[in-house]
Design a protein around this ligand. Structure first.
Ligand code: CA
Length: 232
C-alpha cells in the first residue's frame, strides 16, 4: 500500500533528509515549510500520517495540530520537538498527537515510529468505519474520513472549505448557527474577514447539495444565521 505522508518542517536540511529517507522507504511525501500552508495542504487531500515540527513560521505546529484535530481525530500525527522542550511534548499530546520524537533523531527510530503509528491506525479503522463515519440529513450523507458527499445516491464534489462548512452544519444539525460562530469554527478565530464570506459559501454548497432537491436542507434563519434541518 502507498502511504501518503505530509511532512511539515521549516528547516530545509531536515525536510530534505526526511523526504529522501521516507521516499526510499516507499512513502509518498509532500513537504511543507510553513504552518498555514500546511493546513491548506492537509485539508486539500487525504493523508495517512503527518510529521509535524512545532516551531514553524506563520502558525505553530501545536496550533496546526489543534486545527487538524478539530475535524479529524483519526489521522496519525507525530511531532518533531526540540531537545528538552517538555512543555511542547505535553501540550502536543494533550492536543491529540499520537507520538513525538526529539531532535536530533536517528532516522531508524523515526521510521519505526511511523510504521507503528500506521499499524495502529490500520487496526483501528475497520471496526466502525461504515456505521459511525457517515453524517446524515435526509438523503444527504457525508463521510468525514473519505470526504465523500452523497445526496440521493449521487456523489457531489465540494472544495475543502465547502466540505468543512457542511460537516460543521451537519454536526450541529437542527441548531441555528450564527455567522460569527460558523466563521470561527470553519475559518478559525484568527480569520480576518467579513462574516459575509459565510453567506457566500452557504450559497456555494446550497447550489451543490440543495438546488432542485427536496427537502431543502440548508435553511436561513433571518437575522440569526443558518441551520440544517430535514423538514422545511
Ligand atoms: Ca522549526
Amino acid at each position: 500500500m502507498d502511504y501518503s505522508l505530509l511532512v511539515v518542517e521549516d528547516e530545509e536540511k531536515i525536510a530534505r533528509l526526511l523526504e529522501i529517507e521516507l521516499e526510499i522507504e516507499g512513502y509518498k511525501v509532500k513537504c511543507c515549510s510553513n504552518g498555514l500552508q500546511a493546513l491548506e495542504e492537509f485539508r486539500a487531500a487525504k493523508w495517512d500520517l503527518v510529521l509535524l515540527d512545532i516551531m514553524l513560521p506563520e502558525m505553530s505546529g501545536i496550533e496546526l495540530l489543534r486545527r487538524i484535530r478539530a475535524n479529524d481525530s483519526a489521522t496519525p500525527v507525530i511531532l518533531l520537538t526540540a531537545k528538552d522542550s517538555v512543555e511542547d511534548k505535553v501540550s502536543g499530546l494533550d492536543y491529540g498527537a499520537n507520538d513525538y520524537i526529539t531532535k536530533p533523531f536517528q532516522i531508524e527510530e523515526l521510521l519505526a515510529r511511523i510504521r507503528a503509528a500506521l499499524r495502529l491506525r490500520a487496526a483501528a479503522v475497520p471496526a466502525d468505519s461504515d456505521t459511525e463515519e457517515w453524517l446524515q440529513a435526509a438523503d444527504l450523507k457525508v463521510n468525514e474520513k473519505t470526504r465523500e458527499v452523497i445526496r440521493g445516491g449521487e456523489a457531489i464534489e465540494l472544495t475543502p472549505r465547502e466540505f468543512d462548512l457542511l460537516v460543521y452544519l451537519l454536526k450541529n444539525k437542527r441548531q441555528v448557527l450564527g455567522r460569527e460562530q460558523i466563521l470561527e469554527a470553519v475559518w478559525g478565530y484568527d480569520y480576518y474577514g467579513e462574516t459575509n464570506v459565510v453567506d457566500v459559501y452557504i450559497r456555494y454548497i446550497r447550489k451543490k447539495i440543495d438546488s432542485g432537491k427536496q427537502p431543502e436542507l440548508i435553511q436561513t434563519v433571518r437575522g440569526v444565521g443558518y441551520v440544517i434541518k430535514e423538514t422545511s
